[in-house]
Design a protein around this ligand. Structure first.
Ligand code: FAD
Length: 388
């Protein structure tokens, strides 16, 4: 019975997101892609509908829903041809603040984030020289009275120009000063309006896809010490907590993409006639699409399992990682099958396939690349020796 209630609740959310997305058709996304624009109106509509505050507890003005509901929202956006990457981080970045911030910080920020008055959707972790080895970041925050002074650089900080707040990871003591390489990093909330021109400079990165990513430079940026989240030196642990949520949500975006590609491809394969027969009559066309369908539905089961475990408070590192791995691979295969099915037309912008193809490719690399997930499974699930 509980299962049925949940199911119908999720269906209601799905249907209302489909309706919302209908106001933002493919032409909208295509135009933004062309000009590398930010979907301000779309994000506003999601905010007004309360979707971006869905994971925030009611006491802070959110709707206190679970990862399953958030996953349905993002999956439906991608299934409709849109892209949730412009705002998905507004849903989950606040998790570090919610779980590890003090009461004053939570009261100061969470109600505004829930109401969409302030956007916390920039997450500054990656740096040009550290790569996936976050323990090697160099951005440094030096305590000076009741402030920290930050110097360094981040890269690929998405949405920094469209965020009022940034969650920033910086070193406060040298690597090696604690027992673990990841000790000695701290997490801060940076208020962007005060910081811009006063120690922060943002440079957009022109990229393969429209992701509003940037380089962020810190030059003696002063951050009040009250903006430190939790204890100094424990910042990496705080962001680790949020990574399962991120992986589960991105997995669902990939499932949405994969289903969009499969529907496009199978529909076109039935209609396009070459050599006097629909191309979909040829097994060479059918099989890649059918394979993608099977792989997508398997990935969807793993993603649903991970979301359910997350909402039940069970540890789900393995499932969240496998969901992200399987879903991003399934979406990429579906994208390629769709490209191949459409022949030359796939390359024309007006079909949206090349745009979605570029967009879905990201998830094999970010927020965590396939190899790193495989090494997690090998080491932490299967107990094989650590390789790096
Ligand atoms: C569009 C976009 C948006 C992004 N948004 C954000 C953001 O908002 N905030 C943020 O902090 N970061 C962001 N990122 C950064 C992203 O998380 C990283 O690019 C990603 O984690 C990979 O890190 P890297 O680019 O440094 O690759 P590297 O770490 O240099 O790795 C390069 C390749 O080598 C492989 N590799 C590395 N080490 C090993 C190993 N030991 N074994 C096997 N293979 C290995 C990796 O899997 C990868 O394929 C974004 C990236 C992109 C492209």
């Amino acid at each position: 019975m509980e299962h049925e209630d949940k199911h119908s609740e999720l269906e209601i959310i799905r249907e209302s997101v489909i309706k919302l997305c209908a106001d933002f058709p493919n032409e909208y996304w295509r135009e933004l892609d062309r000009e590398r624009g930010y979907p301000t109106e779309f994000v506003q509509a999601l905010t007004d509908a309360g979707y971006l505050g869905c994971l925030i507890p009611e006491e802070y003005g959110g709707s206190n829903l679970g990862i399953r509901e958030a996953a349905v929202i993002l999956q439906t956006i991608h299934r409709s041809g849109g892209n949730g990457a412009a705002c998905h981080a507004q849903m989950y970045i606040m998790g570090a603040l919610l779980r590890h911030g003090n009461d004053q910080q939570k009261q100061a920020y969470l109600p505004d984030i829930a109401a969409g008055k302030r956007r916390l959707q920039a997450f500054g972790v990656t740096e040009p020289t550290s790569g996936t080895d976050t323990s090697r970041i160099r951005t440094w925050a030096e305590r000076d009275g009741d402030e920290y002074v930050v110097n360094g650089q981040k890269v690929w900080t998405s949405r920094a120009e469209h965020s009022d707040l940034m969650l920033l990871l910086a070193r406060t003591s040298e690597r090696g000063s604690g027992p673990k390489p990841h000790d000695g990093m701290s997490l801060f909330i940076v208020e962007m309006d005060e910081a811009l021109g006063n120690g922060i400079e943002i440079k957009p990165i022109r990229a393969m896809l429209n992701h509003n990513s940037t380089e962020v430079f810190f030059d003696n940026l002063r951050v009040p010490a009250k903006n430190l989240i939790g204890e100094e030196g424990k910042g990496f642990r705080y962001i680790l907590d949020g990574m399962n949520a991120e992986r589960i949500l991105i997995a669902h975006e990939c499932i949405g993409d994969a289903r969009w590609f499969i529907e496009k491809a199978s529909t076109y394969a039935k209609e396009r006639v070459v050599f006097d027969r629909p191309i979909g009559q040829n097994q060479g066309i059918q099989f890649p699409i059918a394979t993608s369908y099977a792989e997508t539905e398997a990935a969807a089961l793993m993603s649903a399992k991970a979301a359910q475990m997350f909402d039940a408070g069970q540890s789900c590192g393995a499932e969240a990682n496998m969901a992200k791995l399987l879903a991003s691979e399934a979406a990429w295969k579906a994208a390629d099958a769709c490209m191949q099915t459409f022949g030359g037309f796939a390359f024309a912008e007006e079909y949206d396939i090349e745009r979605k193809f570029r967009e879905t490719r990201l998830y094999r690399t970010a927020p965590i690349s396939t190899n790193l997930i495989l090494s997690y499974i090998a080491e932490h699930v299967l107990g094989m020796p650590r390789s790096f």
